[in-house]
Design a protein around this ligand. Structure first.
Ligand code: NAD
Length: 488
């Protein structure tokens, strides 16, 4: 069965190219999918344009759009096992993590389904009895939705659900490495009764399949999650036709541990912060800032536990962490660690590929801790997007804030302390889109997600997540018109 979904039809790429998808855990063949080129994407944009300009979806009552999203949430849960398995095979991620993701994804559809139904617009007081005035919300138009490989279906849901809730049509381009759950989602949207042309899927590499989404005049909005360099390129491409742009980019996220933190909790969550999904998380707490007086004890314990983390494939129930997504990504992480060591960081654990037959065919890299780092090192400033923790010392609140903010990024981070007032003071000074206090990583679809500074702009999730995909239109009605005579 072909894998590109354009104008309600499944078809192959125009030039019949395909791509093999292999599991990062063992290199086994997961599937062969169609690989779109630019011409396929231009056709998908045309279909989305027609469906927006002529189709029923943008003017479907918001409550009905909401109902469709609620149906999709049910279908996602019905197919949870198959979806989680497909996600794990594409990414190498542990099955249990993929299962959590599918629950989150269904929640996201449910949240935006309900938000769509609650969509009302508002009446505006004009002060004139014969005039009424209201603000209504309308969809932006054709949306280009471009997503990465680390949370393939979750990042897709964060865009598809609000885009549909607001009445847009879209072209989705998931990462070329992890296409299978996006294909499955399109089938569920079809099954739920979405009209043809509203949802379109192109699979393929960014520079070919993705590029037209950045500059095509028929695209009204680009919502992108991925790396900083690609985000900059898309923003520049979108400027030519003044598209609305939302960017969710990288992060080098500070995890601040004060000496008065609850030791057990802070160590445990410092490990989760950076080693969850092998560090391939945009909000990963890959930059530990630990108060000088606690440093030795804290880092010793962290290293002891990090060294024991068991690596394994997605279906190995004893595994605590999986492989990196590709050979190229592992090479990038290795180069990053080598650079850190050359800059003077002290290797405390990890730093070399694991040995053993079970790791040979996969892209494994162990939890790695680089101690005695300083914020002028590129290893501290750059995103490795792997299981690599840099450790810096600080002394006192002011230095913690200064170091944490000394980065071009501003996505997320955490503060661990038992002093509630200090936690609040520090949280208020951090230039981050999300600050966790005595916690790391949780999120809810009701609250906004997004970055300050070069971590991007625009918000996903929460009320502002829906607002990204809407235009506000003011309608002014004169119920008692009469000539004004200014130019009589
Ligand atoms: P990437 O930028 O390489 O690719 C992301 C997507 O963009 C892919 O679908 C890719 O094919 C596409 N793309 C690449 N070049 C393109 C072009 N010229 N035109 C159109 N599309 C193009 O990122 P990645 O390696 O897939 O993902 C990792 C990055 O994503 C990390 O930097 C991570 O921090 C970031 N991320 C951010 C968030 C967030 O919420 N802020 C969430 C997840 C991942």
């Amino acid at each position: 069965m072909p894998d590109l979904f354009i104008d309600g039809t499944w078809r192959s790429a125009l030039d019949e190219r395909t791509r093999e998808i292999r599991c990062p855990a063992d290199g086994s063949l997961v599937g062969v999918v169609d690989e779109a080129g630019g011409k396929d994407t231009v056709e998908a944009i045309a279909a989305a344009r027609r469906a927006f300009d002529e189709g029923p979806w943008p003017t479907t009552p918001a409550a009905d759009r909401g109902d469709l999203l609620l149906r999709v949430a049910d279908l996602l849960l019905r197919d949870k096992d198959a979806l989680a398995r497909a996600e794990s095979l594409d990414t190498g991620k542990r099955l249990v993590e993929s299962e959590y993701d599918i629950d989150d994804i269904a929640n996201c559809f449910r949240y935006f389904g309900r938000a769509a139904a609650a969509e009302t617009g508002r009446v505006v007081e004009t002060g004139t009895a014969s005039v009424d005035s209201r603000v209504v919300y309308e969809p932006v138009g054709v949306c280009a939705l471009i997503t990465p490989w680390n949370y393939p279906l979750l990042q897709t849901a964060w865009k598809v659900a609000p885009a549909l809730a607001a009445g847009n049509t879209f072209v989705l381009k998931p990462s070329e490495l992890t296409p299978h759950t996006a294909i499955h989602l399109m089938r569920l949207l079809e099954e739920a009764g979405l009209p043809p042309g509203v949802a379109n899927l192109v699979l393929g590499a960014g520079p070919e399949a993705g590029a037209p989404l950045g500059d095509h005049p028929d695209v009204d909005l680009v919502s992108f999650t991925g790396g900083l360099q690609t985000g900059r390129r898309l923003m520049a491409a979108a400027a030519g036709t003044v598209k609305k742009v939302a960017l969710e980019l990288g992060g080098k996220n500070p995890n601040i541990v004060f000496a008065d933190a609850d030791f057990e909790t802070a160590v445990d969550l410092a490990l989760t912060a950076v080693f969850l999904h092998s560090g391939q998380v945009c909000s990963s707490g890959a930059r530990l800032l630990v108060e000088d007086s606690l440093h030795d004890r804290f880092v010793d314990e962290l290293v002891r536990r990090a060294s024991r983390i068991r690596l394994g494939g997605p279906f190995d129930e004893r595994a605590q962490s999986g492989p990196l997504v590709s050979a190229a990504h592992r090479a990038k992480v290795e180069a990053y660690v080598a650079k850190g060591l050359a800059e003077g960081a002290v290797l405390r654990c990890g730093g070399a590929r694991p040995s053993g037959p079970e790791f040979e065919a996969g892209f494994y890299y162990p939890p790695t801790v680089l101690d005695e780092c300083s914020s002028d090192m590129s290893v501290v400033q750059d995103e490795s997007f792997g299981p690599v923790l840099t450790v810096e010392r600080f002394s006192g609140e002011a230095e913690a804030v200064r170091l944490a903010n000394d980065t071009i990024y501003g996505l997320a981070g955490a503060v661990f302390t038992t002093d509630e007032a200090k936690a609040q003071r520090v949280a208020a000074r951090l230039r981050l889109g999300t600050v966790w206090i005595n916690d790391y990583h949780p999120y809810v679809p009701q609250a906004e997600w997004g970055g300050f500074k070069q971590s991007g702009f625009g918000r996903e999730l929460g009320p502002s997540g829906l607002a990204e995909y809407r235009e506000a239109k003011h309608i002014w009605r004169n119920t008692n018109p009469s000539p004004q005579g200014w130019f009589a």
